[in-house]
Write a protein that binds this ligand. Structure first.
Ligand code: MTE
Length: 331
């Protein structure tokens, strides 16, 4: 059956609520709803209607004791060829459905504690384990990479991520020869992730890639952005990033990474596989069924620029797909 429910990321950007209007709306709804509610329902209503004042600073840390990241050298092998996006846009314009289907989820995301945080790595590995994210940072070390990120909605940004290559984590757990895919599962943090109450979505949020894609040098595990700990709205404390694929493949706030011999069925593939497939490599010549992918809007400047095959990372990844011409590589 065809799903007609429109995803929030498909709203025309002109419909995205400007921040000030959003804040005013919250005050109004909060005041009206509060007057009608019994005291027992008030705490619940705070989450539903967001009556608490949002944090003024989208970089606010919660809890306040998130450690500073150790110094990380920028890896100049990955040249973005574009100006960096300003620091505010990437942390105030987000897709993170666990917190809601709007772009302005950052005030509620920032209330989610991101320390302590562990990630389980299991499945077809010699040495499975549950790793504290700060232990991983100390053990593997960090570097900074400036990557372009291209959302399937045709907006893009260029930002410095701090983190480590996924292959370094895989070296620790030692994949078995039988492992063919890697499955990424986002945490379900109650009561903070109010989007989880939208029960028609197939929670938890799952993403996946092949073992070859996971081992590619570009596949990165950010724990920081602009030199600061990764804010929850961008997937803090720990996410995955595939810069040559549409952004929806880059799962946020990971709780579990599983090596498997079964191709994982991702969140969006489960909802609408005809539009959001397993591979989702960026290609300007293959339109989304409902819009062109030929150009993209740079958030911040609003400049429109041509989209590039593999988001411009073909020299690093095109070889991964030479024997896969029968697959739907671009959706
Ligand atoms: N991961 C989870 N768990 N939930 C989401 O809703 N949205 C995806 C991806 N990862 C999403 C997610 C989409 S559609 C995009 S474009 C990127 O995150 C956006 O990342 P950003 O907010 O850091 O720009």
């Amino acid at each position: 059956m065809r799903i007609l429910r429109r995803r929030g990321w498909e709203i025309p950007e002109r419909e995205a609520t400007p921040e000030q209007a959003y804040l005013n709306r919250r005050t109004l709804i909060g005041a009206g709803a509060g007057a009608m509610l019994l005291p027992a329902a008030a705490a619940e209503a705070q989450w539903l209607f967001g009556r608490r004042e949002p944090a003024a600073d989208p970089w606010t840390r919660n809890p306040a004791d998130i450690p500073d990241l150790p110094p990380a050298m920028r890896n100049t092998r990955y040249q973005p060829g574009r100006d960096l996006t300003g620091e505010r846009e990437p942390v105030t314009f987000n897709n993170f459905y666990e917190f809601g289907s709007n772009k302005d989820i950052w005030p509620s995301a920032l209330k989610m504690p991101t320390r302590p945080w562990t990630v389980k790595v299991d499945g077809m590995v010699e040495e499975p384990g549950e790793f504290d994210v700060d232990d991983l940072i100390r053990r593997i070390g960090l570097e900074e990479r400036v990557y372009r990120l291209r959302c399937v909605e045709a907006w893009a940004m260029t930002v410095p991520w701090t983190g480590f290559q996924l292959s370094k984590l895989l070296e620790i757990v030692k994949p078995l020869g039988s492992a063919k895919y890697v499955r990424f599962e986002t945490a379900q943090v109650q009561p903070h992730m109010i989007g989880l109450r939208q029960s028609w979505y197939p929670w938890p949020h799952i993403e996946g890639c092949t073992i070859e894609e996971a081992g590619n040098e570009l596949t990165f595990m950010p724990v920081g952005l602009y030199g600061k700990p990764l804010p929850a709205q961008n997937g803090g404390p720990f996410r995955v990033l595939f810069p040559w694929k549409y952004g929806f493949k880059s799962g946020k706030s990971l709780a579990r990474i599983t090596l498997t011999d079964e191709r994982p069925k991702s969140f969006w593939e489960t909802l609408q596989g005809s539009e959001y497939g397993f591979w989702a490599n960026v290609n300007p010549e293959v339109p989304h069924p409902r819009w062109s992918q030929a150009t993209e809007r740079l958030i911040g400047s609003n400049e429109r620029v041509p989209t590039r095959l593999f988001n411009g990372y073909g020299e690093f990844v095109a070889d991964l797909y030479t024997n896969l011409q029968n697959e739907r590589l671009w959706a």
